[in-house]
Design a protein. Structure first.
Length: 223
């Protein structure tokens, strides 16, 4: 299988005088699960939105397999994004959401999942928060994109669903590069192949999780 490479380079973002991101660089390849950590307001969600192309930056380069991508439409064809907010319209049925997101030949495989089978005949409006989040995560992970950005995927999920989601992430990382950010840092740490900490507008590429203590993000008893 071809190994794809996503590079985000020289990203600068400010709101007025406040610098959010300052000349940051990140590379994500097929098989990577990059854990993006940082305190509230550090710029994690902003960074993911800039990568996806739905938030402007003062400056940025996004390259996929060495080719610079400047148009949001180009990025959306290559990158999938799970936002913190639900994105499937309430008027849709679960079947319609799946049909619009997953290639026809892969729908049966997608639905071969006990959690999906339990909601297949429901309307989106009738799903619990956890059921809807699980469906959205699976749709984003299992579409045809090369890379996936997950912003707060664990929000509203039960421990069992978190376990299932982590299995999905690991399974799909065999063919995609994945960047994940969540306040549930323990799950991010446990599943990531690399950790990055956003602090003071900079990306700190960590050698191991103990650097989260050295950088002041966690205390020793939190690891």
């Amino acid at each position: 299988m071809k190994r794809n490479v996503l590079e985000i380079d020289s990203v600068q973002k400010s709101y007025g005088e406040r610098i959010i991101l300052s000349d940051v660089y990140l590379q994500c390849e097929t098989n990577d699960i990059v854990g993006l950590l940082g305190r509230n307001g550090s710029g994690k969600s902003t960074f993911l939105k800039i990568i996806f192309g739905i938030t402007s930056a003062n400056f940025k380069f996004v390259r996929i397999n060495g080719v610079i991508k400047t148009k949001t439409k180009e990025l959306m064809n290559e990158i999938s994004y799970l936002s913190q907010d639900n994105f499937i319209p309430n008027i849709f049925s679960v079947k319609k959401a799946i049909r619009l997101s997953i290639a026809k030949e892969r729908i049966n495989s997608f639905c071969n999942d006990e959690m999906i089978q339990a909601i297949t005949d429901k309307k989106i409006a009738h799903l619990s928060g956890g059921e809807l989040r699980y469906l959205e995560i699976k749709l984003v992970l299992e579409n045809s994109s090369k890379f996936v950005l997950l912003d707060e995927p664990y929000n509203g999920l039960s421990p069992l669903m978190i376990e299932k989601v982590n299995q999905l992430i690991v399974m799909n990382s065999c063919k995609k590069g994945i960047i994940i950010s969540d306040h549930n840092y323990r799950n991010v740490i446990s599943i990531s192949t690399r950790l990055i900490l956003i602090k003071n507008g900079k990306l700190n590429h960590l050698k191991d999780k103990n650097e989260l203590i050295e950088k002041g993000y966690l205390s020793s008893e939190m690891i």
